[in-house]
Design a binder for this molecule. Structure first.
Ligand SMILES: [Zn+2]
Length: 191
Protein backbone atom coordinates (compact mmCIF):
# COMPACT_ATOMS: atom_id res chain seq x y z
CA UNK A 1 0.00 0.00 0.00
CA UNK A 2 2.88 2.33 0.85
CA UNK A 3 4.61 1.63 -2.44
CA UNK A 4 1.37 2.03 -4.38
CA UNK A 5 0.76 5.30 -2.62
CA UNK A 6 4.20 6.61 -3.51
CA UNK A 7 3.85 5.53 -7.13
CA UNK A 8 0.49 7.19 -7.70
CA UNK A 9 0.36 9.82 -5.00
CA UNK A 10 1.29 13.31 -5.97
CA UNK A 11 -0.68 14.18 -2.83
CA UNK A 12 1.21 15.79 -0.02
CA UNK A 13 0.87 12.77 2.22
CA UNK A 14 2.59 10.70 -0.43
CA UNK A 15 5.52 13.09 -0.35
CA UNK A 16 5.71 12.99 3.46
CA UNK A 17 5.69 9.21 3.40
CA UNK A 18 8.43 9.12 0.77
CA UNK A 19 10.56 11.42 2.91
CA UNK A 20 10.02 9.25 5.98
CA UNK A 21 10.81 6.03 4.15
CA UNK A 22 13.92 7.53 2.60
CA UNK A 23 15.14 8.66 6.02
CA UNK A 24 14.95 5.00 7.08
CA UNK A 25 12.40 5.66 9.81
CA UNK A 26 9.18 3.71 10.15
CA UNK A 27 6.09 5.47 8.88
CA UNK A 28 4.01 6.66 11.83
CA UNK A 29 0.84 4.90 12.98
CA UNK A 30 -1.16 7.97 12.10
CA UNK A 31 -0.02 8.02 8.47
CA UNK A 32 -0.51 4.28 8.04
CA UNK A 33 -3.97 4.40 9.65
CA UNK A 34 -5.04 7.19 7.34
CA UNK A 35 -3.82 5.33 4.26
CA UNK A 36 -5.63 2.15 5.29
CA UNK A 37 -8.85 4.09 5.89
CA UNK A 38 -8.65 5.68 2.46
CA UNK A 39 -8.02 2.35 0.78
CA UNK A 40 -10.83 0.56 2.63
CA UNK A 41 -13.26 3.32 1.72
CA UNK A 42 -12.97 2.55 -1.99
CA UNK A 43 -15.86 0.69 -3.70
CA UNK A 44 -13.91 -2.54 -4.31
CA UNK A 45 -13.59 -3.05 -0.53
CA UNK A 46 -17.36 -3.00 0.00
CA UNK A 47 -17.72 -6.78 -0.21
CA UNK A 48 -14.86 -7.44 2.17
CA UNK A 49 -11.09 -7.42 2.23
CA UNK A 50 -8.03 -9.08 3.71
CA UNK A 51 -5.48 -7.11 5.69
CA UNK A 52 -1.99 -8.61 5.92
CA UNK A 53 0.82 -6.87 7.81
CA UNK A 54 -1.61 -4.43 9.40
CA UNK A 55 -2.35 -3.69 12.22
CA UNK A 56 1.19 -4.12 13.44
CA UNK A 57 1.04 -2.07 16.65
CA UNK A 58 -1.46 -1.75 19.48
CA UNK A 59 -2.29 1.84 18.47
CA UNK A 60 -3.10 0.66 14.93
CA UNK A 61 -5.28 -2.19 16.23
CA UNK A 62 -7.26 0.11 18.52
CA UNK A 63 -7.73 2.61 15.73
CA UNK A 64 -8.92 -0.08 13.32
CA UNK A 65 -11.43 -1.48 15.84
CA UNK A 66 -12.96 1.96 16.36
CA UNK A 67 -13.16 2.44 12.59
CA UNK A 68 -14.81 -0.98 12.12
CA UNK A 69 -17.23 -0.53 15.02
CA UNK A 70 -18.37 2.83 13.66
CA UNK A 71 -19.28 1.12 10.36
CA UNK A 72 -20.65 -2.17 11.65
CA UNK A 73 -17.79 -4.12 10.06
CA UNK A 74 -17.08 -7.41 11.84
CA UNK A 75 -13.61 -8.78 11.42
CA UNK A 76 -12.11 -12.21 11.87
CA UNK A 77 -8.54 -12.06 13.11
CA UNK A 78 -6.36 -14.97 12.00
CA UNK A 79 -3.25 -15.69 14.02
CA UNK A 80 -0.77 -18.01 12.34
CA UNK A 81 1.10 -19.50 15.26
CA UNK A 82 4.58 -20.81 14.49
CA UNK A 83 7.05 -22.06 17.06
CA UNK A 84 10.09 -19.75 17.09
CA UNK A 85 12.50 -22.68 17.05
CA UNK A 86 10.87 -23.87 13.84
CA UNK A 87 11.09 -20.39 12.29
CA UNK A 88 14.77 -20.26 13.14
CA UNK A 89 15.42 -23.78 11.83
CA UNK A 90 13.67 -22.92 8.56
CA UNK A 91 15.46 -19.64 8.05
CA UNK A 92 18.91 -20.79 9.15
CA UNK A 93 18.57 -23.78 6.82
CA UNK A 94 18.25 -21.49 3.84
CA UNK A 95 21.12 -21.53 1.37
CA UNK A 96 21.57 -19.62 -1.85
CA UNK A 97 23.77 -20.10 -4.90
CA UNK A 98 25.89 -16.95 -5.26
CA UNK A 99 26.16 -17.51 -9.02
CA UNK A 100 22.59 -18.20 -10.20
CA UNK A 101 20.57 -17.18 -7.12
CA UNK A 102 18.73 -20.50 -6.69
CA UNK A 103 17.42 -20.99 -3.14
CA UNK A 104 17.68 -24.24 -1.20
CA UNK A 105 16.71 -25.35 2.27
CA UNK A 106 18.82 -27.96 4.04
CA UNK A 107 15.73 -29.20 5.89
CA UNK A 108 13.05 -29.15 3.22
CA UNK A 109 14.72 -28.68 -0.16
CA UNK A 110 18.37 -29.75 0.00
CA UNK A 111 20.68 -29.77 -3.03
CA UNK A 112 21.55 -33.17 -4.50
CA UNK A 113 25.21 -32.81 -3.50
CA UNK A 114 25.90 -31.40 -0.04
CA UNK A 115 26.19 -27.57 -0.06
CA UNK A 116 26.61 -27.37 -3.86
CA UNK A 117 24.21 -25.86 -6.41
CA UNK A 118 22.37 -28.45 -8.53
CA UNK A 119 22.59 -26.23 -11.60
CA UNK A 120 26.18 -25.07 -11.66
CA UNK A 121 28.02 -26.78 -8.77
CA UNK A 122 28.79 -23.48 -7.04
CA UNK A 123 29.30 -23.62 -3.25
CA UNK A 124 26.09 -22.43 -1.56
CA UNK A 125 26.17 -19.53 0.91
CA UNK A 126 24.06 -18.29 3.82
CA UNK A 127 22.49 -14.92 3.10
CA UNK A 128 23.41 -12.10 5.49
CA UNK A 129 19.86 -11.61 6.75
CA UNK A 130 19.43 -15.34 7.43
CA UNK A 131 21.96 -15.67 10.23
CA UNK A 132 20.61 -16.64 13.60
CA UNK A 133 21.52 -13.41 15.43
CA UNK A 134 19.66 -11.29 12.88
CA UNK A 135 16.67 -13.63 12.95
CA UNK A 136 16.51 -13.58 16.77
CA UNK A 137 16.61 -9.78 16.71
CA UNK A 138 13.75 -9.71 14.24
CA UNK A 139 11.72 -12.07 16.41
CA UNK A 140 12.44 -9.96 19.49
CA UNK A 141 11.18 -6.91 17.60
CA UNK A 142 8.05 -8.82 16.69
CA UNK A 143 7.53 -9.79 20.33
CA UNK A 144 7.80 -6.20 21.49
CA UNK A 145 5.62 -4.61 18.85
CA UNK A 146 3.12 -7.19 17.71
CA UNK A 147 2.55 -9.48 20.69
CA UNK A 148 0.42 -6.74 22.37
CA UNK A 149 -1.77 -6.71 19.24
CA UNK A 150 -2.46 -10.42 19.69
CA UNK A 151 -3.27 -9.90 23.38
CA UNK A 152 -5.59 -7.04 22.45
CA UNK A 153 -7.66 -9.30 20.18
CA UNK A 154 -7.45 -12.26 22.54
CA UNK A 155 -8.63 -10.38 25.61
CA UNK A 156 -10.87 -7.81 23.96
CA UNK A 157 -13.64 -10.16 22.91
CA UNK A 158 -12.92 -9.73 19.19
CA UNK A 159 -13.11 -12.75 16.95
CA UNK A 160 -9.71 -14.41 16.95
CA UNK A 161 -8.86 -17.67 15.21
CA UNK A 162 -5.58 -19.38 15.99
CA UNK A 163 -4.17 -21.61 13.27
CA UNK A 164 -1.19 -23.80 14.03
CA UNK A 165 1.17 -23.18 11.12
CA UNK A 166 4.30 -24.76 12.56
CA UNK A 167 4.63 -27.91 10.51
CA UNK A 168 2.17 -27.88 7.65
CA UNK A 169 2.94 -26.86 4.06
CA UNK A 170 1.32 -23.60 2.87
CA UNK A 171 -1.51 -25.44 1.06
CA UNK A 172 -2.59 -27.15 4.29
CA UNK A 173 -2.41 -23.91 6.28
CA UNK A 174 -4.61 -22.32 3.61
CA UNK A 175 -7.24 -25.05 4.03
CA UNK A 176 -7.13 -24.63 7.82
CA UNK A 177 -7.71 -20.88 7.45
CA UNK A 178 -10.69 -21.43 5.14
CA UNK A 179 -12.21 -23.95 7.57
CA UNK A 180 -11.74 -21.57 10.49
CA UNK A 181 -13.46 -18.74 8.63
CA UNK A 182 -16.36 -20.96 7.54
CA UNK A 183 -16.85 -22.19 11.09
CA UNK A 184 -17.03 -18.59 12.22
CA UNK A 185 -19.50 -17.73 9.46
CA UNK A 186 -21.83 -20.56 10.41
CA UNK A 187 -21.82 -19.70 14.09
CA UNK A 188 -22.25 -16.01 13.34
CA UNK A 189 -24.75 -14.31 15.63
CA UNK A 190 -26.98 -12.08 13.55
CA UNK A 191 -27.16 -8.53 14.64
ZN1 LIG B 1 23.68 -22.01 -9.06
Amino acid sequence: MLRDRIRHGAAEMGTAVVATMQSGALVSDEVVNQMVEERLSRPDAKQGFVLDGYPRTLAQAEHLSRWFDARGIREVVIYLAVDYNIVIARLTGRRQCPRCGTLYNLATQPPRVDELCDLDGEKLVIRDDDNEVVIRERLAGYERQTRPVLEYYRLGGRRLVEVDASNDPPETVFVKICQAIETHDRSKDRC
